[in-house]
Design a protein around this ligand. Structure first.
Ligand code: 4AD
Ligand code: MG
Length: 482
């Protein structure tokens, strides 16, 4: 067993060890203290609590009074087979040290069911609950699974800038970055803010995507990926949007759109498999939570599968690949479209798909993840490769049941003349993209990539209902506490 600071052992390791009366020390936080005798201790290493039994005759009454939910303890005693039901082993406490008490009058995380809304306001303490500790352990495992997958596939991890000087992506509203005095900024002769006097001598923003910079690295390292924070100032107050979220963006030289789709599917399956294999206990717990929540919904809205089943289903089945044009036909002829149940009725080819349409396709029509490809150029970014038809581009989105868009990607336009035309058509300043265009001037090559919103993957894998509950400190409109 791995012994740490002052000879203590992690509860996870201890629970995997046979209780033979050995003397051990554990450290953690009290989840509950029952009958002045049974402490359920948790140290975050695992979902399970360790039962620590105190004989109150052996301890000072004043000391035991300070043992309450939330208190931080060091406990030493004999690790023995449990005398009671509900656990196989326990510690017979011989020594008890209280590092920090938690006054029950004011400590908000009490052993009862708290709503997620309440816990969001206590985001600095919510990881001390079973649900949030499970979610955050799964999140950490998924994150490792991401790096593991790409490392094993021969990709290089690159760190693209967070502060950017170009808004080339056009993926959404950006947050401005400035060191100027907001109350009294320097003005130019026209009375506008003089950005040349700002820190970078120009307007800068927080990045919405690392893609364009990742492309430059793919054109030298071959296969690369980014995994970093991205920022969007869109005012989308939904259960699927954050203003600050983590995105995984692989970019591959010599990949066409089909290779790109193959990689994305393999990637998602691999990371979910990693979680299934390494987070059994937490996922089983979250599966039960998910089922309880589903059962509280009206029958028609309930998920047909449990959480573990849903994940296994993704791993075991091919994603359905459907062109945008086919999807429009399906949607146009669908019941909710004909009965005008959609908020946005699909009239003709070229319409942008709203999340109600995406969810109809995956949840009602195909009942499986769907990769939609070859979208109209008009509704997609300038860098996507133009098809022979002159009106669609080699884009692909992966849509997930219960989530909607999980991945957005494309084959990139590698032809300088075509790219320049698209930039012009979209009203973007060509000079801003001089370095991006250089990639098409010097050794241009076909290449592709995609972006996966990490929190949407965590949302799917944990069965949580709101994206605010799968990131430690969510940033959303009107909310940047902590
Ligand atoms: O589809 P998006 O905007 O694509 C890009 O940014 C490309 N540059 C990616 C690339 O090709 N390298 O965003 C990619 C994914 C979406 O599919 C979604 O999963 C997630 O990022 N996403 C968000 N997640 C949480 N909150 C938001 N506000 C999000 N916006 C996008
Ligand atoms: Mg997208």
């Amino acid at each position: 067993m791995h012994q740490i600071f002052n000879m203590s052992v992690k509860i996870k390791a201890l629970l995997e060890t046979a209780p033979e009366g050995q003397k051990v020390t554990v450290q953690g936080w009290v989840r509950t203290f029952r009958a002045n005798r049974f402490i359920a201790l948790n140290d975050g290493s695992t979902l399970g609590n360790l039962q620590c039994v105190v004989d109150f005759e052996d301890f000072d009454e004043a000391l035991l009074k300070e043992v309450s939910t939330g208190a931080a303890l060091k406990v030493t005693g004999r690790y023995i087979e449990s005398q009671g039901k509900g656990q196989t082993a326990e510690i017979q406490v011989e020594d008890l040290l209280i590092y920090g008490t938690a006054d029950p009058e004011s400590y908000p995380i009490q052993p009862k069911k708290h709503s997620f809304e309440f816990l969001r306001e206590k985001a600095h303490l919510r990881v001390r609950t079973a649900t949030f500790s499970a979610v955050m352990r799964v999140r950490a495992a998924l994150s490792f699974g991401v790096h593991k997958f790409f490392r094993e596939e021969g990709f290089h991890y690159v760190n693209t800038p967070i502060i950017t000087g170009s808004d080339a992506e056009g993926a959404g509203e950006m947050f401005r970055v400035s060191a100027l005095d907001a109350k009294n900024p320097p003005l130019d002769e026209n009375g506008n803010v003089d950005v040349t006097q700002d820190f970078f001598g120009k307007e800068t923003h927080l990045t919405v995507s690392g893609q364009l910079e990742a492309e430059t690295y793919a054109m030298g390292l071959g296969e690369v990926y980014t995994f970093g924070p991205t920022f969007r100032a869109e005012n989308s107050n939904t259960t699927r949007h954050l203003a600050e979220f983590w995105m995984i963006e692989p970019e591959m030289a010599f990949f066409d759109l089909n290779d790109n789709m193959d990689l994305a599917e393999k990637f998602i399956k691999s990371v979910l498999t990693y979680a299934l294999e390494n987070c059994q206990e937490d996922l089983t717990f979250l599966d039960e939570r998910y089922t309880q929540e589903e059962n509280s919904k009206p029958k028609l809205e309930r998920s047909e599968m449990g959480l573990l089943e849903k994940i296994q289903f993704i791993v075991d089945n091919d994603f359905k690949r459907v062109s945008y044009t086919e999807a429009i036909d399906i949607l146009r002829n669908s019941k909710p479209n004909k009965k005008k149940k959609f908020k946005y009725i699909i009239e003709e080819w070229g319409a942008d798909l709203q999340s109600e349409h995406e969810r109809y396709l995956v949840e009602k029509h195909f009942k499986t993840p769907v990769i939609l490809f070859d979208y109209p150029a008009k509704i997609k970014a300038f860098y996507m490769r133009m098809n022979e038809d002159g009106k669609t581009v080699r884009a692909m989105d992966i849509l997930f049941p219960g989530i909607g868009e999980m991945v957005g990607g494309s084959q990139r336009e590698e032809r300088l003349d075509v790219l320049k035309e698209r930039i012009k058509a979209m009203g973007i300043e060509e000079e801003e993209l001089w370095w991006y265009l250089d990639l098409r001037r010097f050794g241009s090559a076909p290449h592709s990539g995609f972006g996966l919103g990490f929190e949407r993957l965590v949302l799917f894998a944990t069965g949580m209902g709101n994206i605010r509950d799968v990131i430690p400190f969510p940033r959303t409109p009107q909310n940047a506490s902590f």
